[in-house]
Design a protein around this ligand. Structure first.
Ligand code: 0X9
Ligand code: ZN
Length: 426
């Protein structure tokens, strides 16, 4: 009784958005599942047949031996039946995911109270797409010679998709470019925070990072999947894809990272089922957000030296290819960039990154942005950085963890940039 009353009082104190979110993940459970390698195929098959369940391993790789399984209330009985019939060791970790999601939303709203918008305290909260856009728009006034904002298009729900270019202000045009994107996947909230942290390092902390801008420009798009990201703030915290309806009325959204038109459409590494997390769309580039990221890459074709895509989670620096077990030309040069990043992080805070080709170290992917960057936009180096896990399901660090995550990751990004600039002088 007391807890119901406390819950009600919390609801009255916080924003209307949070009250709406009260039902978000109501009675969803999280199970911990441990298994033998011999059970792996059985579980993968079950996961594929039940796309409403989310099987998340600690490293998101094919060689996991445990999962956290997020399951809606109506599917709990059949999941437990499956576990029992196959003698799979399991236990309930979370009885009702909604209380956890609510606690995180309350933490975030509380931290945002002291905001001086449009300025953002990157370490102090997670921000919405429109707050991030307002922040980007405020930068040219503060850094008239060094910050340039351009809208590259619209999301499906008509949100403006903005890109920031940072220079050292020397007026030199056509420098080689480091292109960074964030939030291709909606629920990976540390990704936009990391993009914002990079921006602040290059603008506010310019004195320490001048060398990174002497012969290179940085082009940064913090939020690619604006609609999906907004949806994770207002409705469904663990949503991954875009918000454009599919031909299945029950399943909304496409995985932008399977929608690029290079080696698109392989069943190994993507799916034609609109209910699956890795749904590739009906045709390549049928998502406006994928088109915008493609156009951004092609706009810089010829001077795109390093493409960096920020994701979470798992501590990986992933190189192409995702679509084949073969290695691209210059793979070793890309490896030396990843090597510099991984070493810098391990020296800084003992964070351990695995690096190598996506196909080998993670899993096959077909139609993803890094393969497109290398295969079509002629990027010299393309890296997908899977930032560390946080929170209960890996995508959901607490606000108090942001600082540790982004400062460590910056050490890696900075070291990779230094290596790129050294290896490919302008
Ligand atoms: O599966 C994905 O899209 C990425 N992992 S995530 O957990 N963030 O969803 C990995 C894509 C890596 N692809 C390439 N580097 N080619
Ligand atoms: Zn991702």
């Amino acid at each position: 009784m007391t807890s119901i009353l406390v819950g009600f009082l919390i609801c009255l104190m916080v924003q209307p958005m949070v009250i709406l979110a009260w039902q978000d993940y109501k009675d969803f459970k999280v199970y911990e599942l441990n298994f033998q390698t011999s059970d792996k195929d059985l579980i993968s098959r079950y996961a594929k047949e039940n796309p409403l369940l989310d099987f998340l391993g600690p490293h998101r790789a094919k060689n996991e031996s445990s999962y956290r399984v997020m399951v809606p209330p109506e599917k709990c009985d059949s999941l437990v039946k499956f576990f029992k019939e196959n003698n799979l060791e399991h236990r309930v970790l979370v009885e009702d995911l909604s209380s956890y999601v609510l606690a995180q939303r309350v933490e975030n709203q509380r931290n945002k109270k002291h905001l001086q918008l449009p300025h953002l305290d990157v370490l102090g909260a997670f921000y919405t797409h429109s707050e991030i856009n307002d922040y980007l728009d405020s930068l040219p006034a503060r850094f008239p010679k060094r910050a340039f904002v351009k809208q590259f298009g619209w999301s499906y729900e008509r949100r403006p998709l903005k890109v920031l270019t940072i220079t050292n202000g020397d007026g030199r045009r056509d420098k080689p470019v480091i292109l960074v994107d964030g939030t291709v996947h909606a629920r990976e909230w540390i990704s936009p925070s990391m993009a914002l942290y990079i921006i602040q390092q290059l603008l506010d902390n310019y004195s320490e990072n001048q060398e990174l801008l002497e012969d290179y420009d940085w082009v940064i798009m913090p939020v690619v999947n604006a609609d999906g990201y907004e949806f994770t703030h207002t409705d469904s915290r663990y949503f991954r894809k875009t918000r454009k309806p599919t031909n299945d009325p029950d399943c909304v959204g496409t995985d932008i990272n399977r929608n690029f038109g290079y080696e698109w459409g392989h069943d190994e590494g993507s799916s034609g089922d609109p209910c699956e997390a890795i749904y590739r769309g009906e045709t390549p580039f049928d998502q406006p957000e994928t088109q915008v990221l493609r156009d951004l890459m092609l706009h810089h074709k010829g001077r795109l030296i390093w493409y960096l895509s920020l994701h979470s989670y798992g501590n990986y620096l992933l190189l192409p290819w995702g679509h084949t077990s073969e290695f691209p030309e210059h793979y070793q040069d890309m490896m030396s960039v990843a090597d510099a990043g991984a070493k810098a992080i391990v020296f800084h805070s003992n964070g351990i990154y695995t690096y190598g080709s996506t196909y080998y170290v993670l899993y096959p992917t077909s139609g993803d942005s890094a393969d497109y960057a290398l295969g079509v936009a002629n990027a010299t180096v393309a890296i997908t950085m899977e930032l560390p896990a946080g929170g209960f399901l890996g995508f959901d660090p607490w606000v108090s963890h942001i600082e540790g995550l982004v400062t460590e990751s910056w050490v890696g990004v900075r070291a990779m940039a230094v290596e790129v600039i050294r290896h490919y002088p302008a």
